[in-house]
Design a protein around this ligand. Structure first.
Ligand SMILES: [Zn+2]
Length: 466
């Protein structure tokens, strides 16, 4: 049965020593992002961790740590109350709100200078670690400027000389044999002194002193449920922090992103989402352990936006079945992406039932399987909520009958994400924090005096989104 640690939720007035621990200026900045994590995921991640791993999560524990700063974040974009990863990360990385789908570019085309470029110029070491392609929206928001986030092939050259440690997926944007225009970006990075590594063994054998480009997958790093043999987010983070501890005499800034939490939410796949949330929490643990040994380190953990607002619902009479339903998540073997491949093209209801039983340990009804099959075969109007009127949306709804967890749609949502931080300089991240407040705080901590141009929503309204 789910129960929180003793004292969880207890609150008391802060002592002056506790307030002092949050003030001051850090030398090192660790900025962690659980991409697309609706606040409800904190509890479900904690619950899964306790029943599947017999321990709680580091993030939930931070919520009960009086020396940590606890807040929520207003992450709206310049043209929408619902933000995407690129405009959200750009607001952190430049201090200016922009349109969704752009990376550090104002609606009139003005280029904004990203925080890692400024940090590098100020003599700091810089790093990006992610389970997405390294050129994806969230890392790009800290290290690049590009009119369209999807132009990842144009983002790929921008980290050279600007970001010392770049680890994640995305070989397809760097390796000449698989890059569309055959350009040898990996070779360019190597010429600039980067070690280019593609496996966990190569990463572990790399020299920590030289810059590193680590590309562990063609596209995104696989879901935790489908794990390949590449390094985990915690392993990439641990390697990079070790390197930074030895090399960053003048301090560093690193962004660590658990990217696939967002992708799983888009698929309405709660099992994949929560296992990736726990992998993210393990990486957060690596960061918190580092900070415990290096007290001049600020650690922030947050999300860039909600996604599809999953919730564990009251199931059965007096909700007594909710826990039992949720516990079925533990038995899952693979993500919806793998299920989709196993369904094959034009799947029958029988095939879908068989795959779900084998991969998820759940026997859905023939009627439910026919709904998923109809949607997988291109039928529209299978479900009333148009946002979920496609195969994974229908599958997610069917499985909500068994897991007890339902989603509101398959797109980002407007909740205030959590922002939790610890160490010197964490105090300003308490309460309701506007996403544009991150940049001036972090640049001030690094001794950088710089302000990017910005636009009001009124000034921006005459421009069209790309
Ligand atoms: Zn997303």
């Amino acid at each position: 049965m789910f129960s929180l640690p003793l004292g969880f939720g207890g609150s008391a007035a802060l002592s002056s020593a506790q307030v002092r621990a949050k003030g001051g200026q850090p030398k090192n900045i660790i900025f962690c992002v659980s991409d697309g994590m609706s606040p409800s995921v904190l509890m479900m991640g904690e619950y899964l961790s306790q029943i599947a791993r017999g321990k709680g999560t580091r993030w939930a524990a931070m919520m009960n740590d009086m020396t940590a700063s606890r807040g929520i974040q207003d992450v709206a974009a310049l043209n929408s109350p619902v933000t995407d990863s690129s405009s959200s990360s750009s607001a952190w990385g430049s201090g200016s709100r922009i349109f969704n789908a752009a990376v550090n570019i104002l609606p009139d085309g003005t280029k904004l200078t990203p925080i890692l470029q400024l940090a590098k110029q100020a003599g700091k070491k810089t790093a990006l670690v992610t389970t997405a392609t390294v050129t994806h929206a969230t890392p790009a928001g800290f290290g690049a400027s590009q009119a369209k986030r999807d132009d990842e092939h144009l983002i790929a050259p921008q980290y050279k000389g600007r970001v010392d440690y770049v680890l994640g997926g995305g070989q397809r944007f760097f390796l000449p044999e698989i890059r569309k225009d055959k350009m040898d970006l990996a070779g360019d990075y190597a010429k600039a002194g980067y070690q280019v590594v593609k496996t966990k063994a190569e990463m572990l054998a790399a020299k920590k002193a030289a810059p590193i480009l680590g590309l562990f997958a063609d596209s995104h790093v696989p879901y935790t449920m489908d794990r390949g043999d590449g390094p985990t987010l915690a392993e990439m983070t641990s390697f990079t922090l070790d390197a930074l501890a030895g090399e960053a005499k003048n301090g560093f800034i690193i962004q660590v992103e658990g990217a696939r939490i967002d992708h799983a939410a888009h698929n309405n796949d709660i099992a994949s989402q929560l296992w990736d949330q726990l992998a993210y929490d393990d990486a957060l643990g690596v960061c918190l352990d580092f900070a415990a040994k290096h007290s001049d380190t600020l650690v922030i953990t947050t999300s860039d936006h909600g996604n599809s607002s999953p919730g564990l619902n009251g199931m059965g009479l007096e909700y007594v079945d909710s826990g039992k339903c949720f516990e079925r998540i533990v038995k899952g073997k693979s993500s919806f992406d793998v299920l989709g491949r196993l369904f094959g093209t034009k799947p029958s209801g029988a095939r879908i039932r068989e795959v779900i039983e084998a991969q998820r340990g759940i026997v859905i009804t023939p009627d439910e399987a026919e709904l998923v099959a109809a949607s997988a075969n291109g039928k529209k109007g299978v479900v009333i909520n148009k946002l979920q009127d496609r195969a994974f949306g229908v599958l997610g709804q069917v499985l909500s009958n068994y897991y007890g967890v339902a989603y509101t749609g398959m797109t980002h949502t407007s909740e205030y994400p959590l922002i939790t931080s610890t160490g010197p300089g964490s105090l300003p991240f308490e309460g309701l924090v506007r996403n544009t407040e991150v940049f001036p705080r972090l640049t001030k901590y690094m001794g950088i005096d710089f302000k990017n141009p910005s636009m009001t929503p009124e000034q921006a309204s005459k421009f069209k989104a790309v």
